[in-house]
Design a protein around this ligand. Structure first.
Ligand code: NAD
Length: 261
């Protein structure tokens, strides 16, 4: 399978290393980056336009570049008949962008897959949805310093937080649009479950945690589900959970596998 990457950062490099271990089964042919992206994470070239990327005739493009890349490239990739995997799901809290991506996928022979990323239990959440959900709540806790550069800085003195402090409580749409750099997990929960308006998100600055901790609580006709992940950071990007890249690897492995789990 020929794979093209959107982005040349922490996730792209881990995915490329994994693919290299799978030989021709998962072959990265090129990555599309920004001018700052000069050296690729493997023996493949970096290109700077979508036309150049698609010229490598990939079977699938893996987005691991951020929200601006989804906005710029998702629809054109699908319109070119090429499958797309999106990890920056937070971008899809923008209803106009989500409508555009869905419409492009519906008119294309290709498909768009939203990867689970750092959200645990997407399989169970989306299966449970089939019997009807009554409640989906995501609680994401990070060390206070991790909320620097977000709107939380205006309301809270992050350096002085000494106990777990709720910095945001609202629905997934508000969470994703207010905290775009922390939007992916909330958006994935919304997209897999009850949608952006009916999914509750609580964001917490917690001096007692050293990692990103996501707790998912789901209730519905299926019963109840509680899951927690304490996610280790990616080796090259402390803001990105390592599991995000692992989740892409699993999806690619399944794309190429005879037995899928
Ligand atoms: N779903 C999840 O749970 C989850 C978890 C972590 C990260 N993510 C998403 O994955 C993305 C990538 O994470 P990362 O740690 O590899 O980030 P990174 O900053 O290490 O790398 C991003 C790469 O994309 C490139 N890039 C940025 N904008 C681009 C554009 N418009 N066109 C082409 N290239 C562009 C950058 O130059 C860089 O090479 C994040 O932006 C985030 O949205 C999702």
């Amino acid at each position: 399978m020929k794979i093209a990457l959107l982005g040349n950062g922490a996730i792209a490099k881990l995915v490329a290393q994994f693919c290299a271990s799978r030989g021709k089964t998962l072959q990265v042919v090129a990555a599309l980056g920004l001018p700052v992206d000069k050296i690729s994470g493997g023996g493949y070239p970096i290109v700077y336009s979508l036309g150049e990327l698609l010229a490598f005739a990939p079977d699938v493009v893996v987005e691991c570049a951020g929200h601006s890349a989804v906005a710029a490239y998702a629809a054109p990739i699908l319109d070119a008949g090429v499958n797309l995997i999106i990890v920056s799901t937070g971008s899809l809290a923008d209803a106009a962008l989500w409508d555009m991506v869905k419409a492009a996928a519906e008119r294309s022979t290709a498909r768009v897959k939203l990867v689970a990323g750092a959200l645990p239990g997407v399989d169970a959440l989306s299966a449970a949805k089939l019997a009807g959900l009554t409640k989906v709540t995501l609680r994401s806790a990070k060390p206070p310093q991790a909320w620097k550069g977000t709107p939380a800085e205006k309301t809270f003195d992050l350096d002085k937080i000494a106990a777990p402090t709720v910095i945001f409580s609202g629905n997934a749409r508000q969470a994703a649009l207010t905290f775009p750099k922390n939007a992916n997990v909330a958006a994935t929960a919304a997209l897999a479950g009850l949608g952006f308006e009916a999914t509750t998100v609580v964001l917490v600055a917690d001096p007692g945690v050293t990692k990103n901790v996501h707790q998912l609580e789901v209730e519905g006709a299926f019963g109840a589900l509680t899951l927690e992940i304490k996610a280790n950071p990616s080796p090259d990007n402390p803001k990105t959970s390592h599991i995000a890249a692992l989740s892409i690897m699993r999806l690619l492995e399944n794309e190429a596998a005879a037995v899928v789990i």
